[in-house]
Design a binder for this molecule. Structure first.
Ligand code: SF4
Length: 122
């Protein structure tokens, strides 16, 4: 199943692969990914799940979607990422590696980002 709505994916899937610009950025068991998302794009998608009881504007990823035929140098998500560091826009992008628990993430700061999410939710 392919969807932009992680609220639906959560109820339909055992494993989840999150894609950005045609590449998987996070992949693993759905519970791990929803409880401890470690890529900023996954965090943004989860924050954008509609909640009829929350009377607040939906969160957005921000920034402009790059041209998939001419992706940015370095990490493809860096122009929209609040954790980006300038040097990473010149380096080759991160690879998809098992970094957090048992799920794979394409992000150099994934462990730090997953930790921040866990701290923010306590
Ligand atoms: S590698 Fe850097 S720019 Fe890319 S998603 Fe991770 S923190 Fe953001």
């Amino acid at each position: 199943m392919i969807s932009h709505d992680l609220g639906v994916v959560e109820h339909m899937s055992d494993r989840v692969a999150v894609m950005y610009l045609g590449r998987i950025v996070e992949n693993g068991d759905w519970r791990e990914i929803f409880e401890r998302p470690a890529h900023p794009y996954t965090q943004a998608l989860i924050a954008a799940i509609p909640d009829p009881l929350r009377h607040a504007p939906l969160a957005t990823t921000g920034g402009d979607l790059p041209n998939p035929l001419n992706p940015p140098n370095g990490c493809a998500f860096s122009p929209r990422c609040r954790y980006a560091v300038d040097v990473w826009r010149r380096e080759p992008g991160p690879s998809l590696e098992t970094r957090v628990d048992a799920h794979a993430v394409r992000c150099w700061r994934s462990e730090e980002i997953a930790g921040r999410m866990a701290l923010a939710s306590t």
